[in-house]
Design a protein around this ligand. Structure first.
Ligand code: PLP
Length: 456
C-alpha cells in the first residue's frame, strides 16, 4: 500500500484564491489596524480562522439543496433529517436551530434555572455564555493533562470524574444535568474516550442526572476512539457514534462542524420532559419547530452531511491533515499543543517569539506575521482574547499565547498545508524582525474581534 494518504475526493467546482504580494498585504493589514478579523476574506490566501461553517459541500449535498421543501409547517425536509438523526442518535425528539448557540439557548432556557451548576470537560465560549446569562455556573472539569499543552495523552478531552463526583456529592441539588463536549474544542480539539463517556454516564445515572452532549465534532471524536481505544479498532464509525449517543439523554449540535454544512444546528432529546418548553422558546426565537430558523434546503444538506461525516476515509484524511502539519512544525522546532486535535493546530507562539514580552501580545504578533509572510489567517488565543484592561489601566494576561489554525472541511489540499508549513518555518527564521503590538482601541467585551492595534 502506498503511504501517501490522498484527499478522498475530486474537485468539481473551484473557487479561485486571489494571490497577493507582501507589500500589498502590508498595506491591507495596516488598513485593518493590525487585526486580521478586519481583513476582507478575499485578501486572504489560506483562511484558517475557523472550521465553523467554512467547509466545502459535496455534489450530493448541492443536489439535495434542490430537494428542499420550504413549507412553513411539516416540511418533507424536516422529516428527512429527523429520520437520519433518529437512526444515528436513537433519540425520539428533534428540533432544528439556526446554529449551535441557538440550540444551547433554547435547551438551557428549558432545563436550567438561576443558581444551577453545569459541569463539562470544557464549556465552549457560547455554551458558557448561554449558561451564565441565565445565572448558571459553568464549570470546566477536564483532566489535568487536558490543560498541559506539551503533555501527550490519547484522550486529553476526558472529564475528571473524581471532581464531578465531588460536585454531585456536595452540590448535587443544583446540578440540572452533566455535559461533555466532543471533541473538546476549547481544550484544543482533543477527544473524549468511550470509557470516559461510559463512566460519566454511569456516575450521572447514580445521581439521577440527565447527560447532555455537545456533539459538534462527534464524528472526529469517533475516529479518534477507533484509532486510539483498542476495543474499537474493528468497529465502524457509525456503530461508535451510535454507542456514544446511547449513553446520552440529549445533545446540542452546531452542524457547521461535523454536520458538514455552512449553517445549521439542532437539539435531540430522549424524553419529552423539556420538549414543551423547548418548542415554546424555539417558536419565540427561532421559528416553527419543523424548520427552527433554517431553510428547508439547508435541512436537506445537513441530512446528507451528517452521513458523509461518518465516512472513514474522510475522517482518516481529516485527522491526518492536522497531524501532518504538526509533524512539519515539529521538524522546524516550533511548539504546538500535542497531540494535534481533530480540527486545528494550536501553535505555541512563545516558542517562535521567546523574547517578546507578553505585553506586546506574541500570539497576535505571530498571527500578523503569518499573514504578512504568506497570506495565512489564523486566530490569536492569547492575551488579546482572554486578557483584560482593568479600570486603572493595567493589563491582565492569559497563561498561554496560542495561534489556532483551524481547517475548513474538504477545502484545502496537501500543497496548501506544505505551503503553510514553509511559511511558518520562514516566520520562525525571521523571528527577530517580528514586531509586537499595542492595543489603541478596544471594546469592553470580546475585544479581539474589533480592537485596533499599532506596532510597538
Ligand atoms: C461552534 C461550537 C458551538 C457553537 O456553535 P455555533 O454554530 O457557532 O453557534 C458550541 N460548542 C462547540 C464545541 C463548538 O465548537
Amino acid at each position: 500500500m502506498p503511504k501517501t494518504l490522498i484527499e478522498p475526493f475530486r474537485i468539481k467546482s473551484v473557487e479561485p484564491i486571489r494571490m497577493t504580494t507582501r507589500s500589498e498585504r502590508e498595506r491591507l493589514l495596516a488598513a485593518a489596524n493590525l487585526n486580521v478579523f478586519k481583513l476582507h476574506a478575499e485578501d486572504v490566501l489560506i483562511d484558517w480562522l475557523t472550521d465553523s461553517g467554512t467547509g466545502a459541500m459535496s455534489s450530493k449535498q448541492w443536489a439535495a439543496i434542490m430537494e428542499g421543501d420550504e413549507s412553513y409547517a411539516g416540511a418533507r425536509s424536516f422529516y428527512r433529517l429527523e429520520a437520519v438523526l433518529k437512526e444515528l442518535t436513537g433519540m425520539r425528539y428533534f428540533v432544528p436551530t439556526h446554529q449551535g448557540r441557538a440550540a444551547e439557548k433554547v435547551l438551557f432556557t428549558a432545563a436550567c434555572k438561576k443558581g444551577d451548576i453545569v459541569p463539562n470537560n470544557c464549556h465552549f465560549d457560547t455554551t458558557r455564555a448561554n449558561l451564565e446569562v441565565l445565572g448558571v455556573e459553568a464549570l470546566d472539569m477536564v483532566i489535568a493533562e487536558g490543560t498541559q499543552p506539551a503533555t501527550i495523552h490519547p484522550f486529553k478531552g476526558n472529564i475528571d470524574l473524581g471532581r464531578v463526583q465531588m460536585l454531585l456529592e456536595t452540590k448535587g441539588d443544583h446540578v440540572p444535568f452533566g455535559m461533555i463536549t466532543v471533541t473538546n474544542n476549547t481544550g484544543g480539539g482533543q477527544p473524549v474516550s468511550m470509557a470516559n463517556i461510559r463512566a460519566y454516564a454511569a456516575l450521572l445515572k447514580r445521581y439521577h442526572k440527565p447527560f447532555i452532549m455537545d456533539v459538534c465534532r462527534f464524528a472526529e471524536n469517533a475516529m479518534f476512539i477507533k484509532l486510539r481505544e483498542p476495543e474499537f479498532a474493528q468497529t465502524s464509525i457509525r456503530d461508535i457514534v451510535k454507542e456514544m449517543f446511547s449513553y446520552a439523554d440529549g445533545a446540542t449540535m452546531s452542524a457547521k462542524k461535523d454536520g458538514m454544512v455552512n449553517i445549521g444546528g439542532f437539539i435531540v432529546l430522549r424524553s419529552d420532559e423539556w420538549m414543551d418548553a423547548v418548542r415554546n422558546t424555539l417558536i419565540l426565537t427561532e421559528g416553527f419547530p419543523t424548520y427552527g430558523g433554517m431553510a428547508g434546503r439547508d435541512l436537506e444538506a445537513m441530512a446528507v452531511g451528517l452521513e458523509e461525516a461518518l465516512q472513514e476515509d474522510y475522517l482518516r484524511y481529516r485527522l491526518r491533515t492536522a497531524e501532518y502539519l504538526g509533524e512539519r512544525l515539529e521538524s522546524a522546532g516550533i511548539g504546538f499543543v500535542k497531540p494535534t486535535g481533530g480540527h486545528a493546530v494550536y501553535i505555541d507562539a512563545k516558542t517562535v517569539l521567546p523574547n517578546m514580552p507578553v505585553a506586546h501580545y506574541p500570539a497576535w504578533a505571530l498571527c500578523n506575521a503569518l499573514y504578512l509572510e504568506g497570506g495565512i489567517r489564523g486566530v490569536e488565543i492569547g492575551s488579546v482574547m482572554f486578557g483584560k484592561r482593568l479600570a486603572d489601566g493595567t493589563e491582565t494576561f492569559h497563561n498561554m499565547e496560542l495561534v489556532r489554525l483551524a481547517f475548513p472541511r474538504r477545502m484545502y489540499t496537501q500543497s496548501h498545508f506544505d505551503y503553510a508549513a514553509e511559511v511558518i518555518a520562514e516566520v520562525k527564521e525571521k523571528a527577530n524582525e517580528i514586531r509586537g503590538v499595542r492595543i489603541v482601541k478596544q471594546a469592553p467585551y470580546l475585544r479581539h474581534f474589533s480592537c485596533d492595534c499599532e506596532w510597538v
